[in-house]
Structure formats: structure tokens, C-alpha cells
Write a protein that binds this ligand. Structure first.
Ligand SMILES: [Zn+2]
Length: 195
């Protein structure tokens, strides 16, 4: 995961606010976890209609909790030719702010393999966090900042019922950051061992 470069002038304040907001309120009840278990079993059984229905349920429940308008949702069989995401490395979904539509696809572009449940759910949370950026935080753009990835991870681990992982970052060129996976994974293991 690599962050976007900071904008030069306009929206710089919004970018910094996004970068520094690394947490997200979470529902106290386990309703999202119940729904994601249904998504997982629908995927395992290869029932695309059920995948669609349970994902829509997930997004409706999350929108209700965060008090944002419900977003539209489509599951596509394969990656479309044109996508909006600038998220180059793990491209399994996109979000259109004007229409508040999330699209995720079940197959990877290159090898046509079915996306794993973890990747699929992570994509759903990622795209929903774009929706939150516009509708809850009121940002003018939805940048991939460190805070953005942290918020998406907080939502993902809550929805999957797994312990949250602290993300460690290393600076790269142009004011961008990438995740230090060895350090992040080491710290995740320590957390898990101490629970
Ligand atoms: Zn994105």
C-alpha cells in the first residue's frame, strides 16, 4: 500500500486532516460481523446473488451507523476496462462520488482468479471509506493517506472480528508513504500473543 502524494495547494488542509485521522468510531454490537459471515459463506458456495444481497446489507448497516446516505452497490463478474481508482496495486473495486456507487468485482483482471474473501471484504471496506470521506468527513477529495488506510483497516478488522493491527509506515519519494509490512506483521503477532 502506497499513499497518494500530498496536493500542492488546494485541499492541503483536508489532506492533512485525512492523514491524521487514523481511527473510526465502530458499532458496539456485532451486526457487521454477522453480515460478513454471510458474505463469506455466500462466496464459498459461489452464490453471486447472495453475495450481492449480503454486501448491500453490510453497506446499508454501515451507512446507518455512520449516519451517511446509503450508497449504491454493484458486484461485477470481472474487472471493467475503465475504473476510477488510482489504487494501482490491488485493484478490486472503485467508488464514484457523484453517484455514490461502489463497484467490486469477483475476478482479478490478469489471472481471472476469484478474489479471496479477505481481499473482497478489504476492498468493500476500502471503497466504503471513500464514501465516508465525502459524506461523513466532508473532504473535497478522498485521498489514499496513511489515515485513510488506517480507517479502512479499523473497519475491516472490526467487520472480520480480527484484532486490529497497528500500521507502520516508511517515507518514500514525493511525500508519499508505504507500509512497512515486516514491522507491521511483527507487531500484529506481538499483539495477538499478548491477548
Ligand atoms: Zn481507493
Amino acid at each position: 500500500m502506497l499513499t497518494d502524494a500530498p496536493p500542492r495547494k488546494a485541499n492541503r488542509a483536508g489532506f492533512l486532516e485525512s492523514d491524521q485521522t487514523g481511527t473510526l468510531d465502530l458499532p458496539q454490537y456485532a451486526s457487521l460481523l454477522t453480515i460478513t459471515k454471510s458474505i463469506e459463506s455466500a462466496m464459498r458456495r459461489g452464490r453471486s446473488k447472495d453475495v450481492r444481497r449480503t454486501c448491500a446489507e453490510f453497506l446499508d448497516a454501515a451507512s446507518e451507523f455512520y449516519k451517511v446516505p446509503a450508497c449504491g452497490f454493484r458486484v461485477l463478474a470481472a474487472r471493467p476496462l475503465r475504473v476510477r481508482e488510482r489504487w494501482a496495486t490491488e485493484l478490486f473495486g472503485d467508488y464514484t462520488p457523484e453517484t455514490m456507487l461502489i463497484r467490486v468485482w469477483m475476478r482479478t483482471a490478469v489471472r481471472k482468479e476469484v478474489t479471496s474473501f479477505g481481499t473482497f471484504l478489504s476492498t468493500l471496506c476500502h471503497e466504503f471509506c471513500h464514501h465516508l470521506d465525502y459524506q461523513k468527513f466532508g473532504f473535497h477529495d478522498s485521498w489514499h493517506t496513511r489515515g485513510f488506510y488506517e480507517r479502512a483497516a479499523v473497519l475491516y478488522h472490526h467487520a472480520r472480528g480480527t484484532p486490529p493491527k497497528k500500521l507502520f509506515w516508511v517515507p518514500t519519494v514525493g511525500g508519499r508513504w508505504r507500509i512497512d509490512w515486516p514491522r507491521t506483521n511483527r507487531s500484529g503477532r506481538t499483539n495477538a500473543a499478548s491477548v
